[in-house]
Design a protein around this ligand. Structure first.
Ligand code: MG
Length: 373
């Protein structure tokens, strides 16, 4: 269904504290009204009209810089002038920044059976009326809290507004349709459609916005080293007695190298060779936990944290299983993670290939990282 949207961003926002009206205040680095405009454009709205107070035009243009598909209106939106061919319109309060495509889809679907639709949350708190004799309880059954965006078939809303008495002010747009006898359907409300009203609402919204903006990334790493004469191998930061050693520029810990590459891959920071070139003599014989710590520093420099890691060692010998728990503990220590977020596994290749012939050992690793963006 082709639809347009009106974002009402004309409030003075006095209850949210002094200074800038709430719709223009910054929320996790973006103006509050921009959150709604971006979300409605992403949901498919065309020709979005943002209603602002006279004098706020420059502030609005700055807030919406770089976005396309919107126009400004002062003193109310001209619904009849909405983008040609629009069947439906969503009317949204800019003070509710967390609208998502799913909310819009549910509303548009509801318009198939009703000329209007509103997301509404059941009232869960006991309601009291404060009177001269103190508080009294009001039944809450069948009561809902209306949120926005509210969706309407455009023709039905225009007709309803034409019939609305000029001397009255509707509490919301759905009330206009209701008065005209049009059915308003209910779609599921969402606590995330909270309205920023008071100063303390901003503190909660800021936390929600920051967590909503975090993204999950995955990185993969692979490494292999050749066996040579020796008495021990280093794997996942643990020295294991063996009748061979692993040959490499550093301590040849393929497990740590694969894991380092996985972390670097998760944050798009190249590979281990970019950071520690084998041609550089300073890395000769160095303990590979240094490489992993460097990758961890790069994750943290992006405001990120490691969620979990999973390493698979591929060899016939040495047997890994007796050392797995020590390896996990060592990785958990280097990465400063709880033990259950670190996995070390092992497999053979049943005598096949270079690992099967015990010419060398290979390792694979996956790391999941959460970052601020
Ligand atoms: Mg290596």
């Amino acid at each position: 269904m082709k639809f347009s949207a009106v974002i009402v961003a004309a409030g003075k926002g006095a209850r949210a504290g002094a200074g800038t009206p709430k719709q223009w205040r910054s929320l996790a680095g973006r103006p509050v009204a921009r959150w709604s405009l971006e979300a409605l454009l992403a949901a498919g709205a065309r020709g979005v009209v943002v209603v602002v107070s006279p004098g706020d035009e420059a502030r609005a243009r700055a807030a919406f810089a770089g976005l396309e598909g919107w126009t400004l209106a002062t003193g109310g939106a001209d619904l009849a002038a909405l983008d040609g061919g629009t069947e439906a319109v969503l009317i949204h309060d800019a003070a509710r920044p967390f609208v998502q495509s799913g909310h819009v889809e549910a509303l548009l679907a509801a318009l198939a059976d009703a000329p209007g639709a509103v997301p509404a949350l059941a009232v869960s708190d006991t309601l009291k009326r404060d009177g001269v004799d103190g508080l009294s309880t009001t039944p809450r059954e069948g009561l809902f809290r209306a949120q926005t965006p509210q969706a309407f078939r455009l023709a039905a809303l225009l007709e309803a507004y034409a019939a609305w008495p000029a001397d009255e002010t509707p509490t919301d747009d759905a009330a206009v349709l209701e008065r005209a006898g049009g059915r308003v359907a209910r779609t599921p409300g969402d606590p995330m459609l909270m309205k920023l009203t008071y100063a303390e609402d901003f503190a909660m919204a800021e936390r929600l916005a920051v967590s909503a903006a975090r993204i999950t990334r995955t990185g993969f790493g692979y490494d292999a080293h050749r066996f040579g004469p020796g008495q021990s191998v280093w794997l996942c930061g643990v020295e294991i007695a063996h009748d061979k050693t692993l040959v490499g520029h550093s301590d040849a810990d393929a497990g740590l190298h694969a894991l380092t590459d996985a972390l670097l891959g998760a944050v798009g920071e190249g590979d281990i060779g970019d950071h520690f070139p084998p041609s550089d003599p300073q890395w000769r014989g160095v303990s590979s936990d240094r490489f992993l710590r460097h990758a961890l520093d790069l994750v943290r420099a992006k405001g990120g944290q490691v969620v979990n890691v999973d390493v698979t060692l591929i060899c016939e010998r040495p047997r890994i299983k007796p050392h797995r728990e020590v390896m996990r503990a060592r990785l958990a220590e280097i990465l400063q993670l709880p033990l259950d977020r670190v996995s070390v596994k092992a497999t053979t290749t049943e005598g096949m290939g270079f690992t099967g012939r015990e010419e060398g050992l290979a390792a694979q690793a996956v790391a999941t990282v959460e970052t601020a963006g």
